[in-house]
Design a protein around this ligand. Sequence first.
Ligand code: NDP
Ligand code: 2IT
Length: 448
Amino acid sequence: MALKNTYLIELLETVKKRNQGEPEFIQAVTEVIETLEPVIDKRPDFVEAGVMERIVEPERQIIFRVPWVDDNGKVQVNRGFRVQFNSAIGPYKGGIRLHPSVYIGIIKFLGFEQVFKNSLTTLPMGGGKGGSDFDPKGKSDGEVMRFCQSFMTELSKHIGADTDVPAGDIGTGAREVGYMFGQYKRLRNEFTGVLTGKGLTYGGSLARKEATGYGLCYFTNEMLKANGKSFEGKTVVVSGSGNVAIYATEKATELGAKVVALSDSNGYIYDPDGIDLACVKQLKEVERKRIKEYVATHPNATYTEGCKGIWTIKCDIALPCATQNEIDGESAEILVKNGCWCVSEGANMPSTPEAINTYLSNGLLYGPAKAANAGGVATSGLEMSQNSERLSWSFEEVDAKLHGIMVSIFKACDDAAREYGMEGNYMAGANIAGFLKVAEAMKAQGCV
Ligand code: NDP
Ligand code: 2IT
């Protein structure tokens, strides 16, 4: 989409100049600015209040050394990040990514998207993100613990239950959150809800583990219903085999679909009989093994090296749940050619701009990440509420609240898209609806 508003064109130029070498961040900002054009045309008050210039600049960026000692007694040094992007509607909130590809541009794109996503949840949470280029793969529990303790020793100076509340993301699950929480508690001598995604024995919420994948399916189901369709009897491809992918597979199956593929960063499995999720959970959640091990016990399933080929599998619905830019223009064309009519995003920014253009120009139902995967952080918000009132709710209660939030997010996206004359463009709807609340709050609080 080409911008016409000269103010926004200049703003985007400034963002590009100021953030050179950070293509993921520029990609995320470009999409949002382009879809906000009709809002800005209508709301000169936001321009006057400098909302746009402020919303594309993080409030604070912290970069720090993370030294730790490996099992051979050797000192290792990683780089840690926390980007506190926007606190207009609540304390900074967002996950911690541990992956060798992490650098400031990745954390900034994730923090920026988190601002709009958290706004869509209707809960009072600002946007932030953190991480490190540490790779938990192949490390012993002791190494992961020493890394997490060192990471938290510095991070603890910048976060707090009413300031900034981190959680999981790629490479950060219950084990890592546990080690980080333990270190925070020791350093501060306080037991507060400073992290979410905690274990159930020390303040975690039931259904947080399932929330992103379940929420993705609840959102997608609303989108399908609104368009006279359903999951029933449909063939689904899910990428990744981590937290989001596993629980998206579980809920899609429960809703009557057949999930036939999963992947990891080495390759993908195809099982025409439908994925045996108990086996995947054992392999991934318990044994921390590679997805290719699945075929050893499933003779009808095949394993193929390389991740991209997963998008050549014929399906009705694709749920990318691995990582950013995993579907490019070429893969999107293949999906469409093979009859796929719905893409809904569990991962953050999994589709390149070319892929999104392909979905929209071919009339696919497209559920954008900021809305479709908001169930994880929404349930983190519910964990914060439970921690604050020192109570814990039942699985059913949390799941029902999550469901209600995902239904309302779909409605907000649908309504905003219609209001701005882009009916069915849920990406535009998500960006606009998420933006409006934050923009109003920023304007009301003055130039801060
Ligand atoms: P996990 O670490 O549990 O799983 C990540 C999965 O994606 C693994 O199968 C991993 O394979 C694969 N993957 C990661 N990086 C790459 C890569 N560069 N190329 C190919 N495959 C890759 O993470 P989550 O399931 O939590 O996160 C998945 C996505 O969902 C991310 O985009 C995350 O930001 C997003 N998300 C997560 C939420 C949450 O609550 N956890 C909430 C909202 C969004 P391998 O094991 O080989 O690395
Ligand atoms: O991208 C995301 O929304 C997450 N990784 C979850 C963040 C959170 O605070 O639960």
